[in-house]
Design a binder for this molecule. Structure first.
Ligand code: NAD
Ligand code: ZN
Length: 350
């Protein structure tokens, strides 16, 4: 898979450096949130605003989008066209898919505008559309030629969004260990500056994992799902933002790793003594993971729809031995549910 060039800029990138004939696919909120973005985007000849969210990725809506896009680009050739995608993960997944099929594939530049996209989804080349309620069922591996990380654009987000980005940053830091983990572990709080400070190392860490298994063939890329098995369940069930759900999912994975003695008590304590670990343990958690049978039944359904499901009732769960050392184990859906109940009991008993 070709490597994407990374361009870090404090403001917005020089448009002339992005390509010859440019089509900007962008989240319609961006010009409303940032006057600088509104001015900057005037330099593009072709514009396609979209409303972010899972509906944008709906395969049912795609024929309408592509018909309008083809019309918009009718005067340009595939050789000269560059699609620049500015937005969060949903816009990135949609725009990346467009670039991969429009005129049989045109040059793609990604410019993530959310922390989740900047840390995670813009990298690794996956594009995706949803089929009904089944997420990411259609897609391509189509890495951008360039990924622009704009400090100004990312900082335009509400400060509270930093907590969403933190889930993904912590995930990749735990997976990679090394200098990213040791420098993040020294931080005392979560805010946008901390995310920006660790962004380059987080991206490098994700790219190192992706480069060993670019198209998810060997299975190595699965470790990027640390925290995501229960994270997805909680995200859907409690309608949580993805990154927040991942915080809970990571906590669940660490506690299960300890219980299974994959992680030692000493390693677990070392983690929990860190000021940052406090951000994983929100009081909200007490309301989560209820063990009423109806909840467990719904959790079971959600786990079964997990795309990493292997045989009928087993899935690959990512455990952590210590930062930098993940273990992938096949577990049954029932084992996950039993662990949900065990962790709930543990909480109730203090
Ligand atoms: N391709 C991948 O590898 C990959 C990996 C993880 C997640 N994803 C996908 O990413 C999506 C989630 O990403 P997301 O949370 O970035 O979603 P999103 O694109 O829906 O953005 C979330 C919200 O933030 C708003 N927003 C975007 N930029 C903003 C800014 N600068 N200031 C203020 N508001 C802004 C959007 O309008 C939207 O309301 C999901 O569809 C998920 O499937 C893809
Ligand atoms: Zn994620």
């Amino acid at each position: 898979m070709k490597k994407s060039a990374l361009l870090y800029v404090s403001d917005l990138p020089r448009v002339s450096e992005l390509g010859e004939e440019l089509l900007l696919i962008y989240d319609e909120v961006l010009p409303k949130k940032s006057a600088a973005f509104k001015k900057w985007m005037q330099q593009f000849d072709l514009h396609y605003p979209v409303k972010a969210g899972e509906q944008l990725k709906s395969v049912d809506k795609f024929p309408g989008h592509i018909a309008r896009l083809v019309k918009l680009c009718e005067q340009t050739s595939s050789r000269h066209l560059t699609v620049v995608v500015a937005g969060g993960g949903s816009v990135g997944d949609f725009g990346g898919f467009v670039a991969s099929v429009l005129k049989r594939g045109v040059n793609l530049v990604q410019m993530p505008s959310t922390w989740l996209a900047a840390i995670d989804s813009a990298h690794g080349g996956k594009t995706a559309l949803n089929v009904g309620s089944a997420k990411n069922q259609i897609g391509t591996f189509y890495p951008a030629s360039k990924i622009v990380l704009s400090r100004a654009l990312l900082m335009a987000q509400p400060e509270a969004r930093a907590f969403e980005g933190f889930g993904e940053l912590l995930k990749i830091a735990l997976i990679s260990g090394g200098p990213l983990w040791s420098s993040l572990a020294k931080e005392f709080e979560v805010n946008a500056s901390i995310l920006w400070k660790h962004l380059a190392k987080a991206i490098d860490a994700k790219n190192r994992v992706v480069s060993k298994d670019p198209e998810e063939k060997s299975g190595h890329r699965h470790i990027l799902n640390l925290g995501h098995t229960m994270g997805h369940v909680l995200e859907v069930y409690y309608q949580l933002p993805h990154g927040i759900a991942i915080n809970y999912g990571l906590d669940f994975a660490l506690r299960w790793s300890l219980h299974k003695r994959i992680m030692t008590q000493a390693e677990y304590q070392k983690f929990h003594r860190l000021p940052l670990a406090g951000y994983l343990l929100s009081p909200l958690r007490d309301e989560l993971m209820g063990t009423r049978s109806a909840v467990l039944k719904d959790f079971r359904q959600l786990l079964l729809s997990d795309k990493k499901k292997t045989a009928s009732e087993t899935l690959r769960f990512i455990f952590l031995k210590k930062p930098g050392h993940c273990l992938v184990r096949e577990v049954t859906v029932d084992e996950v549910l039993i662990e949900v109940c065990r962790q709930k009991e543990e909480e109730l008993n203090g």
